[in-house]
Design a protein around this ligand. Sequence first.
Ligand code: C5P
Length: 227
Amino acid sequence: ALRGVVAMDGPSGTGKTTVARTLASRLGAGYLDTGAMYRLVTLAVLRAGIDPTDAAAVAGHAGTVELDVGTDPARPAALLAGAELAAEIRTEEVNRAVSPVSAVPEVRELLVARQREIIERVLAATGGIVVEGRDIGTVVAPDAGLKIYLTASAEVRAERRGAQDAAAGRASAPDDTRASVERRDRLDSTRAASPLRPAEDAVPVDTSELNIDQVIIALSELACRRG
Ligand code: C5P
């Protein structure tokens, strides 16, 4: 079983979620999807009728959001005030609004504190956790025993996002998907507060030419060697 934290960062469409969940299951570890937390705050902001680009209004509302996420890799729950919203947080409307909301320093401060609490709790209970996001290796868990930075070409990432949408029954045009993925990564990488970037000690893994099984095998070996 995994001991400690595996930090899994990278842009969208790299297979991060599938890889992180599968790895956590294989290693008998917990799983934390920090992106789901930023998506829940974004959905709450939209439902409150707040403009997601109004940083002051978003900062003011963030503290009132009652969000919760599960840490079982087999059932990654995402809740607002007790209501399960795992599908609702993955719409194109949330995709468009999540980067400006995540760029608000007060939102990050709140969520990073929650993430550290969850990590501590899961480590105490099971001894290991795989945490995925954009700033896990750099900010949330800088002492993680293993840091992975997943990448993939823009074509492959757009293709994977399109396949995910299709599998979930969401209609999407390939050009729009690619533009949406690239726009979000540009915003996430250029924001002032904890931009998306690899930690200095992260192991880069390019998944463009690899299938999920190949990525999992490579990462399980790394985790066992470090763990
Ligand atoms: O991983 P996912 O695509 O669900 O993340 C959604 C968005 O949440 C990202 O595009 C980014 O704006 C934000 N995010 C973040 N920091 C994290 C995880 C996600 O800013 N650790």
